[in-house]
Design a protein around this ligand. Structure first.
Ligand SMILES: *Cc1c(COP(=O)(O)O)cnc(C)c1O
Length: 356
């Protein structure tokens, strides 16, 4: 088998998606399955759809284009504000996009008129995390302008929390989103279809809050793929946390001292890691590095501990154990490691357990 390779258990992803879709359906919330951490994998998107997600969201138009080319059919949402330079591609391949800028919506409208199509716009609202979003006081103006553009359909509002500054969803900020939806309806006499209450960080709130207000949609990536609640870094009960694992091959095994010798300056990726003198150890090098994965997001199997990494080498201690060169090591990945491994051309992807 080739190494490094990312092994993907599609059945576990399917289970996670189905569990979340069912738990949230009871609370009146539909799920947009987010594929951006998986490079828009059509294999994964197919599982999400068969598990019941209502649409697929991705931050890159390239990923949406590829999923469509490979025959996936659903509502696709571009969940990053479109680049004006990509307006034609966005209108051609995405049904809906997240927007915060009138100039961008104008560009989408022109493209949609040229293509004789309609394009859905979901306006993102800033609720304190200070990433994308229109300030609540300016939302009414933005909706008025959006409604005036030909071939543009106003689909609803949404917010994104916990990505830039770790602001967590609560009754207060989610309450603001709900009351904005209601006041837009009163002002414009329309119905705000989608009220999208956030990403996986909003899951805890959506499953536990006594009152979800108008929120009827979540956009879930990490919780489906890794079974993790990103707000607390903890596993979500009932979900698989091992749908992905990264396998690397050992290229050196040598008995070496734990302490380096010579004058110590910067290492390739910043200050050298602190080391305690534990005498002579079994030092292992796995052919994996920053070009393949975020090494700080790897969890080594029992008996191995990560000492450091450079572009192409992952250095581990195996204590006093002997391991053969050529054998493989399997790591668990966090979100950052998953994203890097999925997008690295050096990492083979191996899917199993698909429902067909
Ligand atoms: C990445 C992203 C998501 C999904 O986030 P997860 O934490 O992976 O669930 C949702 N919405 C937006 C706007 C995003 O950029």
């Amino acid at each position: 088998m080739t190494a490094p390779r990312l092994e993907v258990r599609l059945d576990r992803i399917h289970d996670n998606a189905r569990t979340l879709v069912e738990l949230l359906a009871v609370r009146g919330v539909a799920v947009t399955g987010v594929t951006k951490a998986a490079l828009g994998s059509p294999e994964i998107a197919r599982e999400l759809l068969s598990a019941g997600v209502s649409s697929i969201g991705d931050s890159r138009i390239e990923n949406i284009e590829r999923m469509r080319q490979l025959g996936l059919s659903t509502e696709f949402t571009l969940i990053r504000s479109p680049m004006i330079s990509q307006a034609d591609r966005v209108v051609a391949q995405a049904d809906v996009s997240h927007n915060t800028e009138i100039e961008v919506i104008a560009g989408l409208s022109s493209a949609a008129q040229r293509q004789n199509r309609a394009h859905g716009v979901l306006l993102m609202v800033e609720l304190g995390d200070l990433r994308e979003g229109i300030l609540p006081a300016q939302l009414e103006y933005a909706v008025r302008r959006t409604l005036g553009f030909p071939n543009i359909v106003f689909r609803g509002i949404g917010t994104n929390l916990a990505c830039q500054n770790g602001v967590s969803p609560d009754q207060e900020n989610m309450g603001v989103l709900s009351s904005l939806a209601s006041s837009l309806e009163a002002t414009f006499g329309l119905s705000v279809g989608i009220v999208s209450g956030g990403n996986s960080a909003s899951l805890g709130w959506a499953l536990n809050s006594p009152n979800l207000g108008r929120v009827n949609r979540l956009r879930l990536g990490e919780s489906i793929l890794l079974g993790k609640d990103p707000l607390h870094g903890t596993p979500v009960p009932g979900l698989h946390t091992d749908a992905f694992s990264l396998v690397g091959e050992i290229v050196e095994f040598q008995r070496k001292p734990t302490l380096p010798w010579g004058q110590i300056q910067q290492a390739a990726f910043g200050p050298p890691p602190p080391r305690n003198d534990r005498g002579v150890i079994s030092q292992v090098i796995v052919a994996l590095g920053h070009q393949d994965v975020d090494p700080t997001g790897l969890q080594a199997p029992a008996g191995l501990s990560i000492l450091g990494a450079s572009s192409d080498h992952l250095i581990l201690s195996a204590g006093q154990t002997r391991i053969s060169v050529g054998s493989e090591v399997r790591f668990q990945v966090n979100y950052s490691a998953l994203l890097r491994a999925m997008t690295s051309p050096f990492v083979a992807k191996s899917f199993s357990g698909g429902s067909g």
